[in-house]
Ligand binder design. Structure first.
Ligand code: COA
Ligand code: AMP
Length: 632
């Protein structure tokens, strides 16, 4: 592919030509009229082109000789099951399920929510939606009913596809009661649900709205029903993926069809060094963007083999779980979150499990979801003896903004940096006034418009919010809400979020949403949620709560209730455990709670008392309180 700097420059000199060339790898039903346009503040790629994502992920490879190559491997240590699908078999399943959806009158443009664990049927449902032009919205299984209900009301699905259960190592997660409660809570009335019955927990179906996945598929197969790919515009939405914002209402990140295919296909080689036929594994979940891009779409677009792993880095059964999968399937590039590595390191500090497996197929490890701390990278390098790549991206972008592009050139690593911007991304650092800062000085990290193909063209039903949130503060730039700096060699360093988003075990969570939940407790007068450093999960949420006057119930009860409330309203994924009752919260004179200052106190970082503070003695009280509970 040439050297990184040459390729980056060639993109900068002529972005349209660069993305026209990358698009040659994709099969188009009709070529584009304009490669890139901006209308009403929205940037679009491959305007006027027609295509189908499922065709490009499946049919294209079957036709070009990959029919018998393994497309998808399912490996589930939590159930003891394993299964493999060739490209031909996966196409058969996707075509059939797409016909099942059409039989339920799901048509192009209709939304379908997918609420499923890490089973192949989740990928089959996603690709089936793509096949008929329906827009899927996958909801992570660790979210509770109210979160699911919010998403139902926002995207108004015609149908929900769910499984009877998910399986966590410690328990069966019963999806059906969660789904039923969400449907009851939502204002939008869902007409039908298709339920995949898992033998680990079979549920009773409601005759009025529930349909049985297995029965529908069997009937469709008996009649030989299969849906052909429906041609959609490159700019038509492929999916909506909700992600945490600063408020309790999640944002529906939209992904288009054409730009998404071009960007992911290009990234598979340039970033992950994956060629058709190679085995790629992203140990994430289909409920997150990593799962969308690099469990399902990216590897299949490239004609590679992908792995769906229903297990954890540790405990299923031990800290060698990842190495067993890499040996079994000869994985070439592996992608996971730093927190997973920290979990392994905690269980196996001397790296004994690495020695038990043949890891000779593995050429590179990729980490994302949170900043990869240098200690974790060095530990991984020591035991794997391959490049360990920290790369930075967001649900919004759908693929990496910065990475060591191993498929182009293996650049020298700088610990704590996700290396350099990827072609497509012109990254700058500006101060709050919009002035460029010098190299090495921390500021707002921004990306010059237009964002490259694959990035969100808008938020679902919220063009105005999209422009306000991402483009209002710095004209001509996309605001990443990450702060950091660029050094003299052009390496990026991502240091912190500039908003109230926290990162817990690689999961993006909104402290604003958590505060809304705590405020709903009848004894809570005021509250703040902050993310404090955690050796395993990166950050953990801590709730600081002022009780209503006269509340004299046991503090232990209130703390337990807050924890349960968070589980019921947001879900176990919030990992909310700690509530600290305080007498006052530090505020500015205009009433803004000083969350960042409290976080610094808890993390033991140096902090300046803000000049605008209403009463500086509150900070002393908070410090004392944190010490009492052993936080600092
Ligand atoms: N469905 C239902 N519940 C889920 C779930 C799912 N898909 N995923 C997690 N949960 C639950 C867990 O069981 C846990 O519940 P508990 O409070 O009853 O114990 C809770 O949510 C918190 O989960 P988590 O924060 O993931 O902690 P953990 O102790 O179960 O696992 C790690 C810790 C580090 C092993 C795990 O978080 C991990 O593998 N993280 C990687 C994340 C990732 O891949 N992110 C994507 C970016 S690459
Ligand atoms: P998500 O949308 O869940 O992918 O989370 C995106 C956010 O996670 C980013 O805005 C960053 O704050 C953080 N993040 C993801 N990857 C990295 C990384 N490699 N380094 C630093 N922060 C990261």
């Amino acid at each position: 592919m040439g050297t990184y700097s040459k390729i980056y420059q060639s993109w900068k000199d002529n972005p349209q030509q660069f993305w026209a060339e990358a698009a040659q790898l994709i099969n188009w039903d009709k070529p584009w009229d304009n490669i890139q346009t901006t209308h009403n503040g929205l940037d679009r790629w491959y305007v006027g082109a027609r295509c189908n994502t499922s065709y490009n992920c499946l049919d294209r490879h079957v036709k070009s000789g990959r029919a018998d190559q393994t497309a998808l491997i399912y490996d589930s240590p939590v159930t003891g099951k394993k299964k493999q699908y060739s490209y031909k078999e996966l196409l058969e399943e996707v075509g059939t399920f797409a016909a099942v959806l059409q039989n339920q009158n799901v048509q192009k443009g209709d939304r379908v929510i997918i609420y499923m664990p890490m089973v192949p049927e989740a990928a089959i449902a996603m690709l089936a939606c793509a096949r008929i032009g329906a827009i899927h919205s996958v909801v992570f299984g660790g979210f509770a009913s109210p979160e699911l209900a919010t998403r139902i009301d926002d995207c108004k699905p015609k149908l929900i596809v769910a499984a009877s259960c998910g399986i966590e190592p410690s328990r069966i997660v019963e999806y059906k009661p969660l789904l039923d409660a969400a449907i009851r809570l939502a204002k939008h009335k869902v007409e039908k649900s298709i339920i995949l019955q898992r033998e680990e927990h079979v549920v009773a179906l409601d005759n009025l709205i529930d349909l049985d996945w297995q029965k529908l598929v069997k009937a469709a197969k008996k009649q030989g029903q299969k849906a052909e790919p429906v041609s959609v515009l490159a700019t038509d939405p492929l999916y909506i993926l909700y992600t945490s914002g600063t408020t309790g209402t999640p944002k529906g990140v939209v992904r288009d069809n054409g730009g998404h295919m071009v960007a992911l296909n290009w990234s598979m080689k340039a970033i992950y060094n994956i060629n058709p036929g190679d085995v790629f594994w992203a140990a994430s979940d289909v409920g997150w963007v990593v799962g969308h891009s690099y469990i399902v779409y990216g590897p299949l677009l490239q004609g590679a083999t992908t792995i769906m792993y229903e297990g954890k880095p540790v405990g299923t059964p031990d800290a060698g779980a990842f190495w067993r999968v890499i040996e079994d399937y000869k994985v070439k590039s592996f992608f996971t979150a730093p927190t997973a590595f920290r979990a392994i390191k905690k269980e196996d500090p001397e790296g004994e499990f690495f020695k038990k497996y043949d890891l000779s197929s593995l050429e590179a490890l990729y980490l994302a979801g949170e900043r990869a701390d240098p200690a974790t990278i060095k530990w991984a390098e020591k035991h794997l003896k391959i490049p360990v790549v920290d790369h930075w991206w967001q649900t919004e972008t759908g693929w990496a903004i910065a990475s060591n592009p191993i498929g182009i050139e293996n650049l020298p690593i700088k610990y704590g940096s996700p290396t350099k911007p990827i072609p497509g991304y012109d990254v700058v650092v500006l101060d709050d006034e919009g002035e460029a800062v010098e190299n090495g000085v921390t500021g707002n990290i921004l990306i010059k418009r237009p964002l490259p193909p694959g990035c969100l063209p808008t938020l679902w039903n919220a063009n105005a919010v999209f422009n306000e949130k991402y483009f209002d503060n710095f004209k001509g730039y996309y605001e990443t809400s990450d702060a950091g700096f660029i050094d003299d060699d052009g390496y990026l360093f991502i240091m912190a979020r500039t908003d109230d988003i926290i990162n817990v075990a690689g999961h993006r969570l909104s402290t604003g949403a958590m505060e809304e939940v705590l405020s709903g407790h009848p004894d809570v007068a005021e509250c703040a949620v902050i993310g404090v450093k955690d050796a395993l999960k990166g950050q953990m949420p801590i709730g600081l709560v002022i009780l209503n006057n006269g509340v004299d119930r046991g503090v232990d009860n209130i703390e337990a209730e807050c924890k349960q409330l968070m589980r019921d309203e947001i879900g176990p994924v919030a990992a909310y455990r700690t509530t600290i009752i305080v007498a006052r919260l530090p505020k500015t004179r205009s009433g803004k709670i000083l969350r960042a200052t409290m976080r610094k106190i808890a993390d033991g970082e140096a902090f300046k008392t803000p000049a605008t503070i209403e009463d500086p003695t509150v900070l002393t009280e908070i410090t004392t309180r944190f010490k009492e509970v052993g936080l600092c």
